[in-house]
Design a protein around this ligand. Structure first.
Ligand SMILES: Nc1ncnc2c1ncn2[C@@H]1O[C@H](COP(=O)(O)OP(=O)(O)OP(=O)(O)O)[C@@H](O)[C@H]1O
Length: 683
C-alpha cells in the first residue's frame, strides 16, 4: 500500500531541500521526487495547507459550538442569577422584618419585665408600708397601753398607799385608844373591884353608868372616824371613777387614731390594688401582643425557611452549572492553548509607524503570503535625487527591494486597538496559567513606547483592563478568586532598578507566595484598578532613565519591564499562589553606532543595549529552533526573563519600524533582526 507523507521546507532555506517528517519514506515517493521536485513541492505544500485549513476549520467549528454552548449557559446563568437576585433581594426585607419583629418583641419583653419588676417593687413597697404601719401601730398601742398601765398602777398604788396609810393610822389609833380604853377598863375594873369592896352596890351602878357614857362617847367618836374614813373612801372611789373615765377617753382616742391609720392604710392598699389591676391588664395586653408577634414571627420564619430551601435548590443548580462552566472553561483553555500552539509559541509582528512627510518615505509594500499563515513586506531602497530643494541630504534612487515575512504586519493605518485584538489572546493565555512575554523592538522613536504604554490604549493599560474584567467574570462564573500582583523595573546596563519606588505598599508575605527569582528585591505590589495602573505608568515614566541622543531627544536608554503575576487563591495554603505571568517589555532603542554618533558614556550605553538585544535575539532564535542550549546567561535581560521564555511559554515580538528615508538603514537593520528571530528553522 502506498503511504501518504508530509514534507516540510524550512522557511528561507535556499537549498530547497525537503526534510521528511516520517522516517519511513517509501521508495516510490523518492523516485517521484527525483522525477519532479517542483511538482512534488507544490503538491506537498497544498496538502499541508489543506491539512492546516481543515484543522483551522475544525477548531473554528468546535470553537463556534463551544462559544454557542457557553453563550447558552451564560444566558441560563444570567436568568438563574436574576431569579436568585430576586429571591436574595426579598431575603434582606424578610430578615429586616424579622429583625424588626425581634426588636419589637425584645422591647415588649423588656417592658413586660420592667412591669413585672414594678409590680414586684410595688408589692414590696406595699408590704413594707403595711408592715411599717402595723409596727408603728403596735408601737403606738404598746406605748399607750404601757403609759396607761403605768398611770393606772401609779394611781392605784398611790390610792392604795393612801388608804393603807389611813387605815393603818386609824388602826394604830384604834389600837392605842383600845389599849387606853382597855387599860382604863382594867383600872376601872380594879377600882370597881376596890369600890365594890367598899361601895359595892352604889359605886357599881355609878361606875357602870360612867362607863356606859364613856363607851357611848367612844362609840360616837369611833363612828365619826369610820364615817370620815368612808367619806375619804368615797372620795377616792370618785377619783378612781374620774381616772377610769380618763382611761376610757384615752381608749376612745386611741381607737380613733388607729381608725385613722387603718383608713389611710386601706386607701394606700386600695391604690396599690388599683395599680395592680392596671398592671395586670397591661400585662395581659402585652402577653396577647407577644402572642401575635410570635405568631407572625413563626409565619415569617416559615416563609424564610421556604425561601432558604428555594435558595438551596438554586445554589444546587448553580453548582451544577458552575461545574459545567468549569469543565467548559478547562476545555476552552485546552482549545485556546492548542490554537496558540498552532499559531506558534514564538511569533513576530511588524508595526509600521505612520509618517506624514510622504515625499521622503521609502516604499513599503505589505501583502499576505499565499499559504495564508504569514504576511510579507517588501521594502524598496529610495532613489538618489541630486540637489533636491526640499532636503539638504541627497535622496537615493530606487535600487533594490528586500522581502521579509512576519506572522502579522500592521501598516501605518493600524491603531493600538487593532494590535490589541491580536495580543488579547496571549493575555488570555497568561490568565490560563502560561508565562507570556511581549516585546517591542525597534530604533528610537519608532513607536515602541507608544505601542506598549500609550495612555488608555497602549498594550499595558489594555491588557490590564482585559485582565481585571476577566478575573471578575471568572470569580462570578466559576467562583475562582484571582489576584494580580505587579513589578515594574528597568534594566540599565547590568543594573536592575525598581520603578515602583514609593508608589505602592510592599506586599505582606502572608498574602502571596512570592516567586523565587532574581528580581525578588524588586517591589511587588497588588494591582487593583486601571486608574492605579495609569498612575503607576506615569510614575514609572518619570523615573525611567532617559538621555538625549542624536536620534531621539527623550530616547529610553533602558529596557523597561512591567511584570504581572497572575495568582489564584489556594484554600490549603490560605495564600495566593502565582500561576502565570505576563511580561510587557519595552526594549531600549536599537541604534546602529554609525547612525547615533554617540561617544563616551552614551557609546557604552549603546554598546550594552545592542549586546543585550542581540542576546535576546539569540535566545529567541535558539528557543524557536529547539536548541539544546539556550544562552540565557549572555545578558541580564534574558537571564531575568529566563522563566518566562521557553517551555510552553508564549513569546511575541513587535518590531517597530518607521518609513522615513533618513531611517532606511535602521529600518532594514531592525527588519533583519526580526527576520532572524522569526524565520529560525526548526531542527
Ligand atoms: N503608531 C503611531 N501613531 C501615532 N504616533 C506615533 C505612533 N508611534 C509612535 N508615535 C509617536 O512617535 C513618537 C516616538 O514614539 P515612541 O516614544 O513610542 O518611540 P520609542 O520607540 O519608544 O522611542 P525610544 O526608544 O526612544 O523610547 C511619540 O511622539 C509617539 O507619540
Amino acid at each position: 500500500m502506498e503511504e501518504s507523507k508530509i514534507y516540510r521546507r524550512p522557511l528561507h532555506d535556499v537549498s530547497n531541500e525537503l526534510i521528511p517528517i516520517d522516517q519511513t519514506t517509501n521508495l516510490k515517493q523518492q523516485k517521484r521526487r527525483k522525477l519532479s521536485t517542483t511538482t512534488y513541492l507544490s503538491s506537498s505544500k497544498n496538502t499541508m495547507a489543506s491539512i492546516i485549513e481543515t484543522m483551522n476549520s475544525n477548531s473554528k467549528v468546535q470553537m463556534d459550538d463551544l462559544i454557542q454552548l457557553k453563550q447558552d449557559k451564560q444566558n441560563d446563568l444570567y436568568n438563574l442569577n436574576g431569579e436568585i437576585w430576586k429571591v436574595q433581594t426579598q431575603i434582606p426585607d424578610l430578615e429586616l422584618k424579622i429583625e424588626k419583629l425581634n426588636s419589637k418583641l425584645q422591647i415588649v419583653k423588656t417592658k413586660f419585665q420592667s412591669l413585672e419588676n414594678n409590680i414586684e417593687n410595688l408589692n414590696i413597697v406595699k408590704n413594707h408600708k403595711i408592715k411599717s404601719l402595723h409596727d408603728s401601730m403596735e408601737i403606738f398601742k404598746s406605748t399607750i397601753d404601757k403609759s396607761f398601765n403605768e398611770k393606772l398602777v401609779k394611781l392605784s398604788q398611790t390610792y392604795e398607799d393612801k388608804v393603807t396609810n389611813i387605815i393603818n393610822s386609824n388602826h394604830s389609833k384604834f389600837k392605842e385608844e383600845e389599849k387606853i380604853i382597855s387599860d382604863k377598863i382594867i383600872i376601872l375594873k380594879k377600882s370597881l373591884e376596890d369600890y365594890s369592896q367598899k361601895h359595892l352596890d352604889k359605886a357599881k351602878s355609878d361606875c357602870e353608868a360612867t362607863l356606859k357614857s364613856e363607851i357611848q362617847d367612844l362609840k360616837i367618836i369611833h363612828e365619826e372616824k369610820i364615817k370620815s374614813i368612808d367619806e375619804e373612801i368615797q372620795y377616792l372611789n370618785k377619783k378612781i371613777i374620774t381616772l377610769n373615765e380618763e382611761i376610757a377617753q384615752l381608749e376612745v382616742q386611741q381607737l380613733n387614731n388607729s381608725q385613722i391609720i387603718n383608713n389611710s392604710l386601706n386607701l394606700t392598699l386600695q391604690d396599690l390594688n388599683e395599680s395592680l389591676v392596671k398592671v395586670t391588664s397591661e400585662e395581659l395586653a402585652l402577653k396577647s401582643q407577644l402572642n401575635t408577634l410570635s405568631n407572625s414571627k413563626d409565619e415569617e420564619c416559615n416563609k424564610l425557611l421556604a425561601l432558604k430551601e428555594e435558595c438551596r435548590q438554586y445554589n444546587h443548580d448553580i453548582e451544577i452549572y458552575n461545574q459545567q462552566i468549569k469543565d467548559e472553561e478547562t476545555y476552552r483553555r485546552f482549545l485556546h492553548n492548542k490554537l496558540q500552539e498552532m499559531k506558534g509559541n514564538i511569533r513576530v509582528f511588524c508595526r509600521i509607524k505612520p509618517e506624514y512627510e510622504n515625499i521622503f518615505n521609502h516604499q513599503i509594500q505589505s501583502m499576505s503570503c499565499t499559504d495564508g499563515l504569514k504576511e510579507s513586506l517588501i521594502i524598496s531602497e529610495p532613489k538618489v535625487i541630486q540637489n533636491s530643494k526640499t532636503s539638504s541630504s541627497p535622496i537615493k534612487k530606487s535600487l533594490k527591494s528586500y522581502t521579509f515575512s512576519f506572522d502579522k504586519i500592521f501598516d501605518e493605518n493600524s491603531s493600538n486597538g487593532d494590535i490589541f485584538e491580536e495580543i488579547s489572546q496571549l493575555v488570555q493565555s497568561s490568565l490560563d496559567g502560561f508565562n507570556v512575554c511581549i516585546f517591542t523592538y525597534g530604533q528610537t522613536g519608532s513607536g515602541k513606547t507608544f505601542t506598549m504604554s500609550n495612555p488608555n490604549d497602549g498594550m499595558i493599560p489594555r491588557s490590564m483592563s482585559q485582565m481585571f474584567e476577566k478575573i471578575e467574570m471568572l470569580s462570578s462564573s466559576i467562583g475562582k478568586d484571582y489576584q494580580l500582583y505587579g513589578q515594574f523595573f528597568e534594566i540599565y546596563g547590568d543594573d536592575v532598578r525598581d520603578l515602583v519606588g514609593i508608589y505602592g505598599d510592599e506586599l505582606n508575605d502572608d498574602e502571596v507566595i512570592k516567586p523565587d527569582s532574581d528580581i525578588n528585591d524588586i517591589k511587588m505590589i497588588k494591582l487593583t484598578s486601571i486608574e492605579q495602573i495609569q498612575q503607576l505608568l506615569d510614575h514609572a515614566t518619570k523615573k525611567r532613565a532617559t538621555a538625549a541622543t542624536m536620534a531621539n531627544d527623550v530616547s529610553s536608554r533602558s529596557h523597561s519591564i512591567f511584570k504581572v503575576h497572575i495568582s489564584s487563591y489556594s484554600k490549603e495554603l490560605s495564600k495566593y499562589n502565582i500561576i502565570g505571568s505576563l511580561n510587557l517589555v519595552d526594549l531600549a532603542g536599537s541604534e546602529r553606532l554609525a547612525h547615533s554618533q554617540v561617544t563616551g558614556i552614551r557609546l557604552k550605553e549603546t554598546l550594552a543595549i545592542n549586546k543585550s538585544l542581540s542576546s535576546l535575539g539569540d535566545v529567541i532564535a535558539s528557543l524557536k529552533s529547539k536548541s539544546s542550549h539556550i544562552p540565557y546567561r549572555n545578558s541580564k535581560l534574558t537571564y531575568i526573563l529566563k522563566d518566562s521564555l521557553g517551555g510552553d511559554s508564549k513569546t511575541l515580538m513587535f518590531v517597530n519600524i518607521c518609513c522615513l528615508n533618513s531611517h532606511f538603514n535602521e529600518t532594514l537593520s531592525s527588519l533583519r533582526f526580526a527576520s532572524k528571530v522569526n524565520n529560525t528553522a526548526l531542527k
